[in-house]
Design a binder for this molecule. Structure first.
Ligand SMILES: [Zn+2]
Ligand SMILES: [Zn+2]
Ligand SMILES: [Zn+2]
Length: 119
């Protein structure tokens, strides 16, 4: 009755993975032998296709919000984020005739120092 469904109905067996006497991956499982090549990623995959799929996530360029740590895969998403999240976060410079604004209050100090600093 209790038969573990470990065997998948595979029509063919994937190429047997023989560890060619190169460097042994010091990983715990020898099943996954397609390591991700991204520098800060240590993922391994049992199938090349899975690795390829995963690798795409590294190729995506990310757009990082300069106001908060949020990041998005598309410039459009970031723009929307800025508009919805930071549209009200504007601190206008109170120097007459300036009209500049910054997104964060702490930047105002810098703005004044760089723009309106008295020698
Ligand atoms: Zn990766
Ligand atoms: Zn943001
Ligand atoms: Zn100003």
């Amino acid at each position: 009755m209790v038969s573990p469904v470990l065997s998948t109905p595979s029509a063919f067996t994937p190429q047997s993975i023989t560890p060619q006497s190169q460097e042994r991956s010091s990983g715990s499982s020898s099943m996954s032998c397609y390591p991700c090549k991204a520098p800060d990623c240590s993922k391994h995959f049992s199938h090349q296709r899975k690795l390829k799929n995963h690798a795409k996530t590294h190729q995506r360029k990310t757009y990082v919000c300069e106001t908060c740590p949020a990041q998005y895969p598309h410039a459009k998403s970031l723009r929307e984020h800025r508009q919805t999240k930071h549209q009200n976060m504007r601190y206008y410079c109170d120097v007459e005739g300036c009209g500049d604004f910054v997104a964060q209050k702490k930047n105002m100090k810098r703005h004044k120092e760089s723009k309106h600093a008295h020698p």
